[in-house]
Structure formats: C-alpha cells, structure tokens
Ligand binder design. Structure first.
Ligand code: PXP
Length: 400
C-alpha cells in the first residue's frame, strides 16, 4: 500500500480519489516503491500536533513529518513520512479562496509531499520558487486542464506581486486646508486607477477632517477596481458603510486628537465587541478587514471575529529609529503575516510605507495588498499622481 489514508476528522473525505492521485504522484516522482501516510484531523487535532512538535498552539492547514534527515529520500527505508491535514482549516480556506474542495485538498497534500522531499519554502525566496514550480508541474499532470484554477492559485499565492490600494485622503487634506472644491479626491481616484492601482482607499473620520461624505459616495460610484472604506467601528460609520456598500471595510481605531492612525485595533480582550461590528457588516454582505498590530496574540484574537482580512500595521517598522530596530520590526511583520495566512486570513499591510522602505515588506510572500497614502500623494506634488503611483507599483513588483 504505497499511500494509506487515516481519517480522524469525523467528516467525509474523498479518500479513494486522493489515494489514487497521490499514488500517481509518487509514480511520477519515481517514488512508486515508497509509502506515504496521510492523516486527516479536525482543528483540535492539528492544533495538538502543532503544539507538541512545532511550538505553535494553533491550527494550520498541513504539516509534514519526514522520515529523512537528508535533502532527498533514498536508501532502504520504504516510508517517506506522514502528512497531517486539518479538514476544517482546508475547507475554510477552500471557501475563502473560492477553490474546488478536492483540488485544494490535493494541492495541500502535494505541498506536504514537497516538504517530505526536502523542499523548504521558508528558507529562501529561490527555494520557495523551486518548490512551487514542482508543485505546479505535479498538479498539472495530476489534474490536467481541469486543475487550472488551483494551479493559478498556487502560482499566484507565492509569486504575484502584492496589490496596491492608494489612499487619497491627503488630496482632501489639501482641499480642506482652504475649504474650497479642489483638489478633488474623486479626480485622484480616477487617476490612481488609470495609473494601475488595484484599489482606492478613503478614511471617513468622525471629525471629517479630510474625506467628506460626498467624496465617499462619489468614489464608490466611479471606482472600477475596488473601494475600501476605512472607518471606526461606531454606529454612525456602520450605518454609512451599509448605505454606501464599499467593496471592503477596514476597521481602524480612531482618536480625535491623533494626527494619523496611531496603531492597530486592540482586538485581544475585546473580541466580542469587534465581532459584533464585523458580523453586522458581513450580514450586510460587506468584506471586512481589521487593522491590527503585527502581534500573534492580536491575530489569534482577530481570527475569532469573523473578519476576512487583517491589515498589518507597518507604522513601527516605518518609524524604527535604526537599522537593527527596523529589522526586528520586519521580522515581526513576517511572522505575523505567516500566522495570519495560516489562520486563513487574506493579509494586507500598510501605514507609514514610502518609496524607501517598501522593498523588504513587499517581498513578504503572504502579503497580498498594501494600503499606501501619504508618501504617494506627497510625491505626486512633485512628479504627478500617475507617475507617483507607477513608481510605487514598480517597487512592489520588483520585490518578489
Ligand atoms: N492603512 C490604514 C489602516 C490607515 O489608517 C492608513 C492611514 O490612513 C494607511 C494604511 C495609509 O497610511 P499612509 O498614509 O501612512 O501611507
């Protein structure tokens, strides 16, 4: 029996199909003589394994346990290793990314198999590239043209550059300095889209210091990519979001006296309150992001709120006083992005990012989108808005 599947998930698994595909995979890899054990668990089961062996007390989608120390298995031992999959996490992710369930399960198993063969995506970007290339090659042969969607997903998740959503608040800041009708953030929204940005962001503050209600309404109407409404989780703002229906709502903390958002939303210890706001917005059919500090505790708390996305606060990274401190903050963001992605979040990041500091964060493969405002609008005064957006897009693209 080259592939044995144990199902401890208490759910129905397409076991014979997966067994057939994995045996075919082993043959294609010239490992037809080897044995592989696959274990399906629920989140509790995989959390137990994560805690016991990897010091991660939370569920992940897949873990591999190799029988080998060296890079490529060989020798007489017929057993390649074990792959444990959380059925619950896998199904949650398949739904989140809108992927066929069987194909996603197979993609996770192929990923686990690559680990058993010595691939390590966490090591270096080139190692990750090689691993994904091998996964895609195998999935193509196992699924043929019907697997195109999952293949695109595997390719995109690791290599697609992150997207850029441009915050146009500070166009409105200049307008409000004189209380006139120019420059207009609505015009800016059109220009940033024409320059290739993937979204337009506005923060409607309680004190209306820059963006006004009229801007939000008009930008929602004209935007052809996506519109993100940043807001505090207050009754007034939730009502506005439900009326305007942006493509995404990002919940942020807000203090009247602050110059700009000063940190992430504190979710830990306030899960019920945040979940209430998230649920109300999601019941209205809106996609919800929460802006949080890159801390594992906050992310775990966020995973109990029902939010679809976490936007990691990059302010401390941006403001780090020296190289060493910045490196430390970068490590925090990397770790937070990894944990957030493993918990099934779409991962975004933003705040304080500019042309000089975007590179290292844009290289983090888990981050799918950046939200950047001040630096782009500031540069636009000198070089024009389209040029400023394009320059930032180039830096993000070059980073991966
Ligand atoms: N993300 C969030 C949640 C924010 O509140 C802001 C500032 O409005 C940004 C990103 C953009 O920050 P910056 O203007 O520093 O690029």
């Amino acid at each position: 029996m080259p592939v044995e599947i144990t199902n401890n998930s208490r759910r129905r698994i397409p076991s014979s199909w997966l067994k057939e595909k994995l045996e075919e995979a082993l043959k294609l890899l010239n490992l037809g003589e080897k044995e592989l054990h696959v274990l399906f668990l629920d989140d509790e089961g995989i959390t137990h394994l994560n805690t016991l062996y990897l010091g991660r007390p939370y569920p992940t989608n897949v873990i591999s346990f190799s029988q080998w120390e060296g890079p490529i298995p060989g020798g007489a031992n017929p057993h390649l290793g074990d792959i444990a999959v959380s059925w619950e996490t896998a199904m949650r992710e398949a739904q989140l990314y809108d992927l066929p369930q069987r194909h996603y399960l197979l993609a996770l198993l192929v990923h686990g198999l690559m680990h058993l063969l010595g691939h390590e995506h966490e090591r270096r970007p080139e190692a990750a590239a090689l691993m994904v290339r091998n996964e895609i090659r195998l999935l193509k042969r196992l699924l043929g043209p019907r697997g195109q969607k999952i293949i695109n997903f595997v390719r995109r998740r690791e290599y697609m550059p992150a997207k850029l959503a441009v915050n146009v608040d500070h166009v409105a800041t200049v307008r409000e300095a004189r209380k006139v009708n120019y420059p207009d953030p609505v015009h800016a929204a059109v220009l940033v889209e024409l320059a290739g940005a993937h979204g337009v962001v506005v923060h409607l503050r309680e004190d209306r210091r820059h963006i006004q209600d009229r801007d939000v309404r008009l930008i929602r109407e004209i935007v052809q990519t996506k519109m993100v409404l940043e807001m505090a989780a207050t009754e007034e703002m939730i009502k506005i979001a439900k009326e305007i229906r942006p493509h995404q709502v990002t919940l942020v903390p807000e203090r009247r006296q602050e110059i700009t958002t000063e940190g992430g939303l504190k979710v830990k210890g306030r899960v019920a309150k945040v979940r209430e706001a998230v649920e109300e917005l999601k019941e209205a059919g809106l996609k919800v992001s929460i802006f949080i500090d890159p801390e594992v505790d906050q992310i775990k708390a966020a995973s109990k709120t029902g939010a679809d996305i976490v936007e990691l606060h990059t302010g401390n990274y941006a403001e780090a006083p020296g190289e060493e401190e910045q490196e430390l903050e970068l490590t925090r963001i990397e770790e937070a992005a990894r944990v957030a992605r493993e918990l099934g979040f779409e991962v975004h990041a933003g705040h304080g990012l500019h042309y000089g500091n975007i590179g290292p964060v844009a290289a983090i493969p888990e981050i799918e989108e950046f939200s950047i405002g001040h630096a782009i609008i500031g540069r636009a005064i000198m070089v024009g808005l389209k040029e400023a957006v394009r320059e930032m897009l180039c830096l993000i693209e070059e980073a991966r």
